[in-house]
Design a protein around this ligand. Sequence first.
Ligand code: MN3
Length: 256
Amino acid sequence: MLTRRQVLAGSVLAAGAASTLVSARFASGQAAAVPAATPAPTAAPAPAPAAGPFTLPKLPYAFDALEPHIDAQTMMIHHDKHHATYVNKLNDAVAGKPELAGKSVEQLVGDLAAVPEAVRNAVRNHGGGHANHSLFWQIMAPGAPSRPSGELAKAIDKTFGSYDKLAEQMTASAASVFGSGWAWLSLAKDKTLGLETTPNQDNPWMAGKTPLLGIDVWEHAYYLKYQNRRPDYIAAWLKVVNWDFVSAEYKKALGA
Ligand code: MN3
C-alpha cells in the first residue's frame, strides 16, 4: 500500500514538465505589471488524450467565468492538469480489467471492495479525484442564484435551521480539514442531510452516500490567489455555488 507521501511524490513526478511550464508562466506574470487588457489565459497544450474508458469532462464555462472569486489561472491548472491527471491515472489503473472499465466512476469508488487489491489504492485516489472534480465543476457557475430552492431549501431549514447556519457550519467544516481534502453536504441512505469531511480524494460515495455539494480544500484549489487564507477562499467559493444544480440533484437523489 502506498503511503500518502508516495502517492503525492508520484503525482508531482507525473505532473513534472507541464507544471514547470505553468509555474514559469505564472512567475513571469507576477513579475511584470499586468496591463488592464490582459487576455484570459488560454489552455496549455492538453495532455495526451486518455487511452481508456474515462474522459475529462469539459468545463461547463470559461476558465475566467468565476472571477474574481476563483481566478482563471487556478481553474485552468486545476481542470486541465490536476483533473486530467486523475483521469489518465484512473485509466491506467483499470487497463486490462473490463469488469472495472464498464462501471461508472461513482460505482467504482462506491464499491472499492470489488476492486482488485493491486489497483484499489489507485482507483481510490484517482477515481476519487475524477468523481470529485466532475461534481465540483458542475456545482459552481457564474451568476448562479445564491440560495438553495424548493425541497432542498426546506430540508436545509429543517436540518440546519437556515441557509446561513448551513453556510456557517460548512465554512467551519472546510476550514477544519487538516491537509488536503474535501468538505461535503451529502445525502445518506435514509435521505437525511449531513456535513462531513474526507481526506485526500475520498468522498461520500465511498460511504454509501450521495454528495450534493463539495468544496475542494487542497491547496491547488486556491493557493495562487488566496495563499494561506483558506477561509477567504471558502467565503468566495460560497458565492459561486450553483444552487439551481444542487437543488435539482437533491430532487433526483430523493427519488432514487
Ligand atoms: Mn482539486
